[in-house]
Design a protein around this ligand. Structure first.
Ligand SMILES: [Zn+2]
Length: 188
């Protein structure tokens, strides 16, 4: 393992967490932003990620290419409630998506925006989060609650047209979330 890769991975995690923190403050969930992705500093995530780090792609994807799976992702998804995978209830005969609670789904929006910013750098624009969601995340194999999907659809479409400042506001996000609760009959 190269020291250069350890430092680069450490820097990338910090940079991502910094972006998420800024966006979470805008969105009114600063504490979620502060503790976002802390498990990335744990042994099981940090050192294994350094081992597979190449600076161009996510170490999770590189591990999957080489081994067929990523133990880093197994560790991460089970501890971080901003991922849809956390809210998938898998039993012997069923996989059901649970409606993601407000603070975690807003954190997940901040995470999606920040991930694009970290990877695209200067080329990032407000259309990037919706593009990534529609092309890659939305219809992936993870079973999601339709209300959670619709919440992300609405918010990312709004970011696409109006930009971050108008959308990442507590009042607006709460309004959309409450509409989903009513539409999908979710008790609060
Ligand atoms: Zn995460």
């Amino acid at each position: 393992m190269k020291l250069k890769n350890v430092l680069k991975h450490f820097h990338l995690v910090n940079k991502h967490r910094f972006y998420v923190f800024m966006l979470s403050c805008m969105a009114g969930i600063p504490f979620r932003g502060l503790i976002h992705d802390l498990s990335k500093y744990s042994y099981d995530e940090f050192w294994i990620s350094c081992k597979y780090f190449d600076g161009k792609r996510s170490p999770i994807k590189i591990a999957r290419d080489r081994l067929g799976y990523s133990t880093v992702w197994c560790h991460h998804k089970g501890r971080n409630k901003h991922h849809f995978e956390y809210w998938e209830d898998v039993s012997r005969d069923k996989r059901i998506g649970v409606f993601v609670p407000y603070k975690y789904i807003v954190e997940s929006i901040c995470d999606k925006v920040a991930a694009g910013m970290a990877y695209k750098g200067k080329d990032w624009n407000q259309h990037e989060p919706l593009g990534y969601w529609n092309n890659i995340d939305r219809d992936n194999i993870v079973v999601k609650h339709p209300g959670s999907v619709e919440f992300v659809d609405i918010v990312l479409k709004k970011i696409d047209t109006d930009g971050l400042k108008k959308v990442l506001r507590r009042k607006y996000l709460k309004k959309v979330y409450n509409e989903m609760c009513i539409k999908y009959n979710i008790g609060r």
